[in-house]
Design a protein around this ligand. Sequence first.
Ligand SMILES: *[C@@H]1O[C@H](CO)[C@@H](O)[C@H](O)[C@H]1NC(C)=O
Ligand SMILES: *[C@@H]1O[C@H](CO)[C@@H](O)[C@H](O)[C@H]1NC(C)=O
Ligand SMILES: *[C@@H]1O[C@H](CO)[C@@H](O)[C@H](O)[C@H]1NC(C)=O
Ligand SMILES: *[C@@H]1O[C@H](CO)[C@@H](O)[C@H](O)[C@H]1NC(C)=O
Ligand SMILES: *[C@@H]1O[C@H](CO)[C@@H](O)[C@H](O)[C@H]1NC(C)=O
Ligand SMILES: *[C@@H]1O[C@H](CO)[C@@H](O)[C@H](O)[C@H]1NC(C)=O
Ligand SMILES: *[C@@H]1O[C@H](CO)[C@@H](O)[C@H](O)[C@H]1NC(C)=O
Ligand SMILES: *[C@@H]1O[C@H](CO)[C@@H](O)[C@H](O)[C@H]1NC(C)=O
Ligand SMILES: *[C@@H]1O[C@H](CO)[C@@H](O)[C@H](O)[C@H]1NC(C)=O
Ligand SMILES: *[C@@H]1O[C@H](CO)[C@@H](O)[C@H](O)[C@H]1NC(C)=O
Ligand SMILES: *[C@@H]1O[C@H](CO)[C@@H](O)[C@H](O)[C@H]1NC(C)=O
Ligand SMILES: *[C@@H]1O[C@H](CO)[C@@H](O)[C@H](O)[C@H]1NC(C)=O
Length: 821
Amino acid sequence: MDKNKERWKLSLWFLLLLLLIPICVKPVLGEGERWDGVVVTESNFLALQAFKQELVDPKGFLRSWNDSGYGACSGGWVGIKCAQGQVIVIQLPWKGLKGHITDRIGQLQGLRKLSLHDNHIGGSIPSTLGILPNLRGVQLFNNRLTGSIPPSLGSCPLLQSLDLSNNLLDGTIPQTLANSTKLYSLNLSFNSFSGPIPSSLTLSPSLSFLSLQHNNLSGSIPNSWGRTLKNGFFRLQTLILDQNSFSGSIPASLVSLRELTEISLAHNQFSGAIPNEIGSLSRLRTLDFSNNALNASLPASLSNLSSLLVLNVENNHIDDKIPESLGRLHNLSVLSLSRNQFTGPIPSSIGNISTLTRLDLSLNNLSREIPISFDNLQSLKFFNVSYNNLSGPVPSLLAQKFNSTSFVGNIQLCGYSPSTSCPSQAPSTQVEKHHRHRKLSTKDIILIAAGVLLIVLVILCCILFVCLIRKSAASRKANGGATGRAGGSRTEKGVPAVAGEEEAGGGEAGGKLVLFDGAVAFTADDLLCATAEIMGKSTYGTVYKATLEDGSQVAVKRLREKITKSQREFESEVGILGKIRHPNLLALRAYYLGPKGEKLLVFDYLPKGSLAAFLHARGPESETTIDWPTRMKIAQGMGRGLFYLHSHENIIHGNLTSSNVLLDENTNARIADYGLSRLMTSAASSNVIATAGALGYRAPELSKLKKANTKTDVYSLGVILLELLTGKSPAEPMNGVDLPQWVASIVKEEWINEVFDVELMRDASTIGDELLNTLKLALNCVDPSPSARPEVQQVLHQLQEIRPERSPTSGDQGAIPSTSH
Ligand SMILES: *[C@@H]1O[C@H](CO)[C@@H](O)[C@H](O)[C@H]1NC(C)=O
Ligand SMILES: *[C@@H]1O[C@H](CO)[C@@H](O)[C@H](O)[C@H]1NC(C)=O
Ligand SMILES: *[C@@H]1O[C@H](CO)[C@@H](O)[C@H](O)[C@H]1NC(C)=O
Ligand SMILES: *[C@@H]1O[C@H](CO)[C@@H](O)[C@H](O)[C@H]1NC(C)=O
Ligand SMILES: *[C@@H]1O[C@H](CO)[C@@H](O)[C@H](O)[C@H]1NC(C)=O
Ligand SMILES: *[C@@H]1O[C@H](CO)[C@@H](O)[C@H](O)[C@H]1NC(C)=O
Ligand SMILES: *[C@@H]1O[C@H](CO)[C@@H](O)[C@H](O)[C@H]1NC(C)=O
Ligand SMILES: *[C@@H]1O[C@H](CO)[C@@H](O)[C@H](O)[C@H]1NC(C)=O
Ligand SMILES: *[C@@H]1O[C@H](CO)[C@@H](O)[C@H](O)[C@H]1NC(C)=O
Ligand SMILES: *[C@@H]1O[C@H](CO)[C@@H](O)[C@H](O)[C@H]1NC(C)=O
Ligand SMILES: *[C@@H]1O[C@H](CO)[C@@H](O)[C@H](O)[C@H]1NC(C)=O
Ligand SMILES: *[C@@H]1O[C@H](CO)[C@@H](O)[C@H](O)[C@H]1NC(C)=O
């Protein structure tokens, strides 16, 4: 026993050593299980030295870059990640760095990501970045860089994201920037760039975010948006060109950009009309053309923009009347038409837009009355109609809510302040009006009171309903998530993944990432560059804990390539697994197929770890005990998960062990590793069954049968129940017999108390019967004869009878029968 413990410690120590090496998953992908290339290459080492030398590091963050290169790729050097001895990531944001970026960065041929944002780095952008074939992300925003953008950057074929915003850069924007067919985000805002927008940017199908605001760009915007492909799909979602000196008209070709959700051209010198075709941009949420010189009337098609939240055209020369149809913009929150030359009456339909929070019509030439329908605008927080030619009384709600600065400059408008009370041509009618008004308000009050009562009742009903549902069908609730959309969640979440590596399809560098329902948003690149630690290895492959750059954590299982099915079969099977959702089953969130055939599965990461670790890997001096209700909750959770697998998904687990049962933060069981045999060749899955036997969870008939079934799963479940009861690991041999045999032998000799975990015996007086009944059930599950074992449904049923959920045990049960003394 002692020797065993010694060995255990040693391997833990070894594991710990591995854990301390943060690595990019990538190197693990290509090169099997070997940790080659931990030492940085000579040329990379020299380049890093030059990089450090040309930076000024007042806060001493780069002090760890002190050895002769040994630590560079083994996690010793802060901000560096490597693959096969090549630096692939330099990430040093918010480090107070000054100085400049060395030209020798071009020697880092493996570099994928250069992130130095939010420092004080000056000098120019090294043109040698252009010779980096793998460069994908460059984040240099919020620095003091000067000079212009080296046109060579266009030679990086994989460039996805370039953010140089908020520096002191000038010159023109090179045409070549759009050469990368992967470019999805370009942010050059808050610099001093001048000259025109390169037409190449209007032709890039991959570009999703283009932000050029606060520069000195001029000329007209090319009218060539989306012109290259006949029926091509352009991804541009955000186009921000604010605060430049653009002139000319707004190009009609913008309507080819069907994904556009935000367009902002404010503070330029655009003139002419807003193109009528704009009404077909059905996803548009923000349209800001304010502070230009637009002069025609508003196109009627604007009213077709049903997703619009913000419509701002203030400070132009727009005339004619405000279209009545604007009232159809039912989601609009901000409508600003101020400082134009609108004439005619205010359309009463605007009173229909109940979502309006800000309405500015000031400084126009609007006439007649403010529509009485404006009293419906309950959400309004800002309102201004000053300096028009409005007349008549102000609707009462507006008069109460807004002071006179919202109404001034309309000589004939009245009723918005004591000094502008409406002329009392007929005092009697006014009194009558007033009276009616009062009456109405009493009625209103009654109606409101009734409404409030109704709402309270409805809420109470809802709460009651939810409670009932929770109580009776916790499992059914979870099935709702099972209708997962394979790969569909990307665009909906607005993940900038759209043009990422996973879209590359046939591209030689590209792999394929498919996200399932409920996945955190990440790209293939995020995944491959995540910090990874080995959590464990199994027959199917190695499991890593991966920390994405945004700090979220996922568990990544890298499957052994040689034993997985062909790609097509694999994808159809994994698509099925990705749809399984149950609170007691670990959800598969995504998979990744690498260009060389690597296969990664991405699961939720559960920090509490496995049941095996929870039970057996507690520190010896640890005070924590695991009480019976917790163990029973785990047992019932396993039962529910396995029942769902057997009955709803028709899946045999085949490898159920306490290491494959994970625990969430509330110690609920979640079964992992189910269905993986479907992804493997049949030879490989029978191999797994063989190894499961070595761990002590394998049903005896499997030595002949070679094929798992529901009864072999129930056997494994029974072993885990014994594990929960005894606190003993089935992996530890006990005088040459396995755990079921050991328990059976003791029970036979009627020393039952010896069986149970000592931790449980403290409460034996109250839970004795539960322990005993669970023990009987577990022994039933591990019966050598498969036909004598119950199905999992019966196991679950009996567990729930032994300890009904949430009902405390009654304290009147005696001690369990004991003959051992
Ligand atoms: C290098 O820096 C690390 C971290 O700052 C420190 O622990 C180590 O002792 C240093 N090594 C040398 C050789 O100075
Ligand atoms: C960008 O592409 C154009 C034409 O596609 C090519 O002529 C030019 O050399 C490329 N520029 C760079 C820097 O690769
Ligand atoms: C572009 O840069 C500006 C300034 O740094 C920032 O506020 C903005 O969020 C960035 N936009 C995108 C789309 O990255
Ligand atoms: C902006 O560009 C114009 C030429 O287009 C130039 O005359 C002017 O000096 C530039 N302004 C700034 C602030 O760079
Ligand atoms: C709008 O302005 C442009 C340029 O200033 C002018 O040519 C055009 O005639 C104007 N259109 C209208 C309808 O006023
Ligand atoms: C608005 O859309 C409808 C249906 O898509 C179309 O028939 C109508 O012509 C559009 N209106 C305008 C003014 O473009
Ligand atoms: C209006 O807004 C609501 C909630 O923000 C959203 O669910 C709905 O889809 C929007 N309608 C349109 C037409 O965009
Ligand atoms: C909107 O307002 C107009 C005029 O006030 C009214 O006729 C119409 O029924 C309202 N509702 C809708 C949905 O347009
Ligand atoms: C306002 O409109 C009236 C006609 O409705 C017109 O006579 C007047 O000149 C306009 N005033 C301004 C300042 O545009
Ligand atoms: C103001 O509106 C009235 C009609 O309500 C109109 O007769 C008058 O000409 C307008 N005055 C100006 C200065 O536009
Ligand atoms: C009127 O309201 C605005 C904000 O709604 C406030 O800033 C202003 O001080 C108020 N003016 C007076 C005279 O009450
Ligand atoms: C309404 O607009 C006028 C003109 O721009 C301005 O003087 C006034 O302060 C504004 N009122 C509010 C409440 O913003």
